[in-house]
Ligand binder design. Structure first.
Ligand code: UDP
Ligand code: MG
Length: 307
């Protein structure tokens, strides 16, 4: 039996050796063969060099280097596309996902689960902003999509090779992995862990990346925003129609119509606002169709080592 460990790394030069050592420590006296696939997501520091140094004296370490930064999801998918274990485990490079948990993931897999998810318990989360945005995001996601996304879902998970095969066949460009695993089915379970703080370096998820990730998650799994907009549009039009009747009525039966400035402005602004939101939401979905229709590859590999 072979376990593939997939680790996306974007400017993580000071974490590579540490995570390697800890994984090695966990797996060396297990009975499993294993490979550790680092996916270098267009790092501009010495991440690639550190990985190549590891490869020199350990055949189990492998490298996929992207031609530029394609993002965390693409890195995970590249790992899935290139691994050949009986089970694949994805984890972050910054040691926030404790490597000791690998044993528990494998244990659950041995019990017959095909997807073993992990749930993060945010005991040490210092970033209040991240804590709250994440909390409300999961709440919103739950509310408006058909896919239940457990609070604290992380991209630290084990999947069986059966699931891997299905993932590798999905053609979606902007794959939202956390949701797709629910969509796929299979026998699932999850285990909780307390997230460590980052070992070294800063978070690679800027606000911009977080917003993109959040919007992508919602628009990948839900057409509810389209429905909300349509319903809102309907009711606002009804109101506007009633108001139109009222203005006509007052024009015909009362003479003092000049005083309508305030209500005019309110309705213009209100309707304008609703229209802009609606166009924005439509745009998000059309943009998705546009991206999917080009069917460009999710990532471009510049260098492979050991694969
Ligand atoms: N990552 C990546 N490409 C990116 C951003 C992040 O491969 O564009 C990797 C990063 O190196 C790390 C993992 O994704 O291994 C999670 O990123 P990070 O720890 O910065 O996110 P956070 O834990 O702060 O949400
Ligand atoms: Mg992290």
């Amino acid at each position: 039996m072979k376990i593939s460990i997939i680790i996306p790394a974007y400017n993580e030069e000071d974490n590579i050796n540490q995570i390697y050592a800890e994984i090695e420590n966990v797996l060396k006296d297990s009975n499993y063969f294993y490979e550790i696939i680092f996916v270098n997501d267009g790092s501009t520091d010495h991440t690639e060099r550190r990985i190549l140094e590891l490869i020199e004296h350990d055949d189990n370490v492998k490298l996929i280097s992207f031609s530029k930064n394609f993002g965390h999801m693409s890195a995970l998918i590249a790992g899935y596309n290139h691994c050949n274990g009986d089970a694949a485990i994805t984890m972050d490079c910054d040691l926030q996902h404790p490597p000791e948990l690998i044993k528990d993931l494998i244990k659950k897999w041995k019990e017959g689960f095909e997807i073993v998810n992990t749930l993060r318990i945010d005991k040490n989360q210092k970033n209040i902003f991240k804590k709250y945005t994440s909390y409300y995001y999961y709440k919103l996601f739950e509310l408006i999509s058909d896919v239940p996304l457990e609070k604290g879902s992380a991209d630290y998970r084990l999947i069986d090779k059966k699931v891997l095969k299905e993932i590798n066949e999905l053609k979606e460009h902007e794959l939202f992995l956390r949701g797709i695993f629910y969509w796929l089915g299979f026998k699932k379970t999850s285990i909780s862990y307390i997230a460590n703080n980052r070992y070294s370096g800063k978070t690679k998820y800027s606000l911009k990346k977080m917003i993109h990730f959040a919007l992508n998650g919602i628009t990948s799994f839900s057409t509810v925003p389209l429905k909300i907009v349509a319903t809102l549009g309907f009711w606002v039009s009804c109101l506007a129609f009633v108001y139109l009747g009222y203005t006509l009525y007052s024009y015909l039966f009362f003479q003092d119509v000049i005083s309508g400035w305030t209500s005019l402005m309110i309705s213009i602004l209100f309707l304008g606002g609703i229209q802009l939101i609606s166009i924005g939401v439509l745009g998000e979905y059309i943009g998705k169709i546009f991206i999917e229709s080009k069917s460009r590859p999710r990532y471009i590999v510049r260098l492979k080592k050991g694969i």
